[in-house]
Design a protein around this ligand. Structure first.
Ligand code: ZN
Length: 240
């Protein structure tokens, strides 16, 4: 059965992946709401770009704008508290070899999906959409397909409500994520995702590259940059 007449709730952080998932959901569902989490991020940039991306998406794609509903921002300060508590007093905030800051809280996506499902329950929404990806993020166990599938079962049992957890990016890489944006909304959506989403761990929005804003050297920027370059190379290849 097509879910097209139904409502979806998209976990929308303001990054490239969740922005592409938002377009994916708007292409499929009659009504789409977004949810974001404030947990004392070191950089407020992602929270700021959430609003501008939503506004510009609705303006540039009026058919999607009609489907785009409420945005919900929930406070999850406990993530910041756990992140700080886990550190000893002489530990500085640093980047680990796996590309995560050492303040990263394990199982974060479990909390995000659980909070989103509780809100979806209250609003009568069945479909949840998240940008988790096993291909580029094998180091994050809560991004694994098995984790999400098991969570779907757990949330359904625990709330006695059928939820469907959609992860359209699960098996594709960053280059294919750009391709998905192009397929959904053409060059206009690629430009908007480039300009109006944020990925950089350092919160840098002063340096503008072909692939968007960022420091250019943190693990998140490197992933976004290499995906963009492979996306561009693929277009050159298919054009020639
Ligand atoms: Zn960066």
């Amino acid at each position: 059965m097509s879910p097209s007449g139904e409502t979806a709730l998209v976990l929308f952080s303001g990054g490239q992946d969740s922005a592409t998932c938002l377009a994916w959901a708007l292409d499929r569902f009659a009504h789409v709401e977004t949810i974001g989490f404030d947990y004392g991020q070191r950089h407020r940039v992602e929270l700021d770009v959430r609003h501008s991306f939503r506004d510009r998406l609705a303006a540039d794609f009026p058919a999607w704008g009609e489907r785009l509903g409420a945005d919900h921002l929930l406070n999850l300060d406990l993530l910041g508290e756990i992140g700080t508590t886990a550190m000893t007093s002489d530990t500085e905030i640093a980047m680990l070899a796996n590309g995560l800051p050492n303040t990263f809280v394990p199982g974060r996506n479990l909390l995000f999906f659980t909070a989103a499902a509780a809100l979806a329950y209250r609003r009568g929404i069945r479909h949840l959409v998240g940008g988790m990806c096993e291909t580029d993020y094998s180091g994050y166990p809560d991004c694994r397909d098995d984790t999400i599938k098991s969570l779907q079962v757990t949330l359904g049992l625990g709330m006695d409500q059928r939820f469907v957890l959609h992860t359209p990016l699960m098996w594709i890489d960053k280059a294919a994520t750009w391709e998905m944006a192009e397929q959904l909304g053409g060059p206009g959506l690629v430009d908007l995702v480039t300009e109006a989403t944020h990925t950089c761990y350092l919160g840098d929005r002063t340096h503008r590259h072909a692939w968007g804003f960022g420091c250019g050297s943190c693990p998140a920027c490197e992933l976004r940059k290499s995906g963009w370059e492979r996306f561009q190379a693929g277009k050159q290849g298919s054009a020639g």
